[in-house]
Design a binder for this molecule. Sequence first.
Ligand SMILES: *[C@@H]1O[C@H](CO)[C@@H](O)[C@H](O)[C@H]1NC(C)=O
Ligand SMILES: *[C@@H]1O[C@H](CO)[C@@H](O)[C@H](O)[C@H]1NC(C)=O
Ligand SMILES: *[C@@H]1O[C@H](CO)[C@@H](O)[C@H](O)[C@H]1NC(C)=O
Ligand SMILES: *[C@@H]1O[C@H](CO)[C@@H](O)[C@H](O)[C@H]1NC(C)=O
Length: 154
Amino acid sequence: MLVALVATLGLSGVAMAKPISQRAGSPGFVPIPTNCTIDDSLPGSSSGSTNISGYMPSADFTSDNLVYSSYFDSYLNQSAQIQQCREQCYGYGQCKSALLAYQVPTPAGYYGTAGGVLESACLLYDAYLDENAFVAAPAGQYINETAGNIYCPP
Ligand SMILES: *[C@@H]1O[C@H](CO)[C@@H](O)[C@H](O)[C@H]1NC(C)=O
Ligand SMILES: *[C@@H]1O[C@H](CO)[C@@H](O)[C@H](O)[C@H]1NC(C)=O
Ligand SMILES: *[C@@H]1O[C@H](CO)[C@@H](O)[C@H](O)[C@H]1NC(C)=O
Ligand SMILES: *[C@@H]1O[C@H](CO)[C@@H](O)[C@H](O)[C@H]1NC(C)=O
């Protein structure tokens, strides 16, 4: 628990170096072409799980691969929200995967705040998510997660 908390605080500084601010230029919502395929498996995916709670991308995966993140009060249902998150990933260009989760702490420095506010989050990465990308999250965080590895033909 403490280790996970330290990891979360540690990565927030790194995340700040990335364009995490929506106001600084949010990726557009671009419909994903039908010739792309989306793999939404998550940890525990040996059983094909597409909806889990309690896992978060590791600090290493985040610092290496997070390209954009947004935190918000979700007003859409989970399936509509992940669709938007995936479309932002596609719209970003270099993005390969998207993760939607609820009860995700905002990073320290987010819009000048101390961070730690639990919100819905859309997290975009320039690498594919697999089981190795995830570690256990602090209790009550990263709830009802859905992912999307987006594979498009060259
Ligand atoms: C989620 O919201 C979308 C858009 O409002 C709607 O089309 C869809 O039926 C909803 N899905 C569920 C499971 O409620
Ligand atoms: C998780 O999903 C369930 C079922 O849709 C919902 O009742 C619950 O409020 C959700 N939890 C969060 C934190 O969004
Ligand atoms: C996702 O999993 C959570 C926890 O098991 C559950 O409460 C929720 O209903 C699930 N949501 C969906 C959309 O299946
Ligand atoms: C995939 O679909 C997009 C959008 O329709 C199209 O521009 C692209 O050429 C297609 N790629 C292949 C390999 O078919």
